[in-house]
Design a protein around this ligand. Structure first.
Ligand SMILES: [Zn+2]
Ligand SMILES: [Zn+2]
Length: 391
């Protein structure tokens, strides 16, 4: 694996690795406001945080930069240019630069450092780390890595989402192996190295170049000695467990809950990843949710629409009376304040929006027809006049 970055950009922004552009932007804005130098005069720590947040957002908000960062754990302005010159002649054991001349980059970076831009972390920094790793005896030492995050979906019904609920879900995660306590080493026989599948090297593509690195796990041997018989040297074992989750009132379709430390275990004692639960909320046949608001279409009669009326309408707390003014049109909407969903984060309720749906009676008897003809005579205006005027 590559050297861990100086900063974990995702951690800096406090977002999961799968965060959408929108989540990134939101988190960035929140943190940038919090640590802005204008708001924290003289606070060096805040200033440093502000710079880190800026840097992280600069990389992660750019799809290309983010991809490179995700793949290699770092981003370099210089990128990985395609093609290359003649032999590098600098290759270290365990590395194959496939004929690329780095000398320019080393020079370039030296100037950069001289210019006082020590913080930039140029291209050569990255490679010098490779070289250092390549030459030093601890090159073979495996690095502890934080466990990966897990994603699960949870289906809940309309009412559970509104009132909140407790749920138990069964997840399968990599947990620390109890036999070897996560080290992967115990009195056991040698096994094929799980990282390089016995080849002793791992390759990584970087732009047009391919790196062949000695496998960091087995140090290039291709096998692990004294591997733990339970986990076969991995240090982790898959385990199915039940996780209790509390869904807060007002949960929305697609909202994510984080359960810290319930992702996969890290290697060599590194912290576990997190578990993310995405809630899927089922639809209700009549109540329709948009955010914290509830929308419902309520049928009303022609007489109620024309003359005005007090009609009973359902809300999520039960029945309530809605006053409909005379001359209500089909599709007209009425707002019932704070009759929507309670949002525990905002500590306030949304509204209910009632849409009037006028029901025309079945006209069969002569008397009703008579009344309607009379009505037509009283209102001879053409309801389509405005359309004709503009077509
Ligand atoms: Zn290996
Ligand atoms: Zn084990």
């Amino acid at each position: 694996m590559t050297t861990p970055p100086k900063h974990d950009y995702y951690e800096t922004l406090g977002v999961p690795r799968k965060a959408s552009a929108e989540e990134l932007r939101k988190s960035y804005r929140k943190l940038a406001r919090k640590y802005h130098p204008d708001l924290n005069p003289g606070d060096k720590a805040a200033e440093e945080r502000f710079k880190n947040v800026q840097e992280a957002y600069d990389i992660l908000s750019d799809a290309k930069k983010r991809q490179m960062y995700d793949q290699y754990g770092f981003y370099s302005e210089n990128g990985f240019p395609p093609g290359g010159g003649a032999g590098a002649g600098q290759a270290q054991p365990g590395m194959d630069f496939s004929g690329f001349d780095f000398s320019d980059y080393f020079k370039g970076s030296a100037q950069q450092s001289a210019g006082g831009q020590g913080h930039g972390g140029g291209f050569s920094d990255i490679f010098s780390q490779f070289f250092r790793r390549g030459g030093a005896p601890e090159a073979a030492a495996e690095e502890a890595q934080k466990g990966t995050d897990l994603e699960y979906a949870l289906n809940i019904d309309f009412w559970q989402a509104i009132r909140g609920t407790q749920a138990r879900i069964s997840i399968t995660r990599h947990d620390l192996c109890g036999t070897c306590n996560g080290t992967g080493v115990a009195s056991g026989s040698a096994v094929t190295c799980p990282q390089c599948n016995g080849t002793g090297s791992v390759s990584q593509m970087a732009g047009a170049m391919r790196f062949n690195l000695a496998c960091p796990r087995c140090g290039g041997k291709g096998h692990l000695e004294n591997a733990c018989p339970t986990c076969h040297g991995d240090g982790r074992v898959p385990r199915t467990e039940t996780v209790e989750i509390r869904i807060p009132p007002g949960a929305q379709n697609g909202s994510r809950l984080r359960v810290p430390g319930k992702g996969n275990a890290g290697t060599l004692g590194a912290p576990a990843g997190d578990l993310y639960i995405t809630t899927r909320v089922e639809e209700h046949p009549f109540f329709h949710r948009t955010g914290d608001n509830i929308e419902i279409r309520v049928p009303i009669t022609v007489a109620e629409a024309g003359l005005g009326a007090k009609v009973e309408v359902p809300t999520i707390d039960g029945r309530t009376v809605l006053k409909i003014p005379p001359g209500t049109q089909n599709g007209q909407k009425f707002r019932l304040r704070e009759k929507g969903v309670f949002n525990s984060r905002k500590n306030q309720r949304g509204d209910q929006i009632v849409e009037a749906s006028i029901q025309v009676p079945k006209v069969q008897d002569e008397r009703t027809k008579e009344i309607l003809r009379e009505l037509a005579k009283l209102h001879p205006e053409d309801p389509r006049a405005e359309i004709w005027a503009k077509v």
